[in-house]
Design a protein around this ligand. Structure first.
Ligand code: ATP
Length: 239
């Protein structure tokens, strides 16, 4: 279980961006984190991945624990080693390397499992297997997104953090990504899904959180969020 308690994050020593965020991702679940641009979703993911430093951000209060063990003081590579892997928004793949080289880069911390993980990723994304010796920069947007997810899975994460996986994808591809998240979860990986596409996220999540200006303003079973007309209109833009 991944647990965030009363987390405060400040950028540039002064700008308070997370104002006491608490959130729980139970083992085996898919949890959706929703909210408008600027609400603080990416900041929370950076905090979870140990990536605040590079953005001049820091945790000033609260804690992040994985199965009871604090992880908020760890460096990014240590967080991955503990079992939390993030798929970056914007598909930050290495365009000049081949597809398989990109996947192997993701595996650097768990060398023994590389072959099994490659099989898992190629099983989930057969299109990547077909193009494994091809240069990643030539993949389509949807394929690059798959490669970004595949790369995160190469670290055998217990918890996968997904930042806007449907961003910029055509509706048909959004459906594919949705099915893949369900499949990855069925294979035993816990998922925290950050999405602007609230309908997609809530359709596969068991629980949803809505963030607004650095705070959690809604915390409910996904089905309740989807069926409440007021919430849909005011918080999710689905009215
Ligand atoms: P988006 O979907 O646009 O990424 P978000 O919900 O993920 O939005 P954040 O990117 O976490 O929101 O941004 C939350 C707030 O923190 C915003 O007001 C933003 O301007 C500010 N912010 C983000 N990164 C930094 C930074 N490196 N330095 C200072 N302020 C930042």
């Amino acid at each position: 279980m991944l647990d965030v308690r009363n987390l405060e994050v400040v950028y540039d020593d002064v700008m308070l961006v997370l104002r006491g965020v608490s959130l729980t991702v139970p083992k085996g679940a898919i949890v959706a984190l929703l909210g408008a641009n600027g609400a603080g979703k990416s900041t929370l993911l950076r905090a979870l991945s140990g990536l605040l430093d590079v953005h001049d951000g820091e945790i000033t209060k609260g804690s992040i624990t994985l199965n009871g063990e604090p992880i908020h003081h760890l460096r990014p590579a240590q967080v991955v080693q503990k079992g939390v892997s993030q798929v970056m928004e914007g598909r930050r793949i290495l365009g000049e390397l081949t597809v398989e080289e990109n996947l192997r880069v993701g595996a650097h911390t768990r060398a023994r499992q590389i072959d099994a993980n490659l099989e898992r990723v190629y099983g989930l994304f057969p299109v990547l297997k077909g193009r494994r010796r091809g240069v990643a920069g030539y993949l389509s947007g949807g394929e690059q997104q798959m490669l970004a997810v595949g790369r995160a899975l190469m670290a055998s994460p217990e918890v996968l953090l997904l930042d806007e996986p449907s961003l910029g994808l055509a509706p048909a591809l959004v459906g594919q990504i949705r099915e893949l998240i369900v499949e990855i979860n069925k294979q035993g990986t816990t998922v925290l899904l950050v999405e602007q596409n609230a309908t997609m996220a809530l359709s596969i999540a068991s629980h949803g959180y809505v963030m607004e200006t650095g705070k959690i303003v809604m915390d409910k079973p996904a089905a309740d969020l989807l069926s409440d007309e007021d919430i849909k209109e005011f918080y999710l833009g689905l009215g």
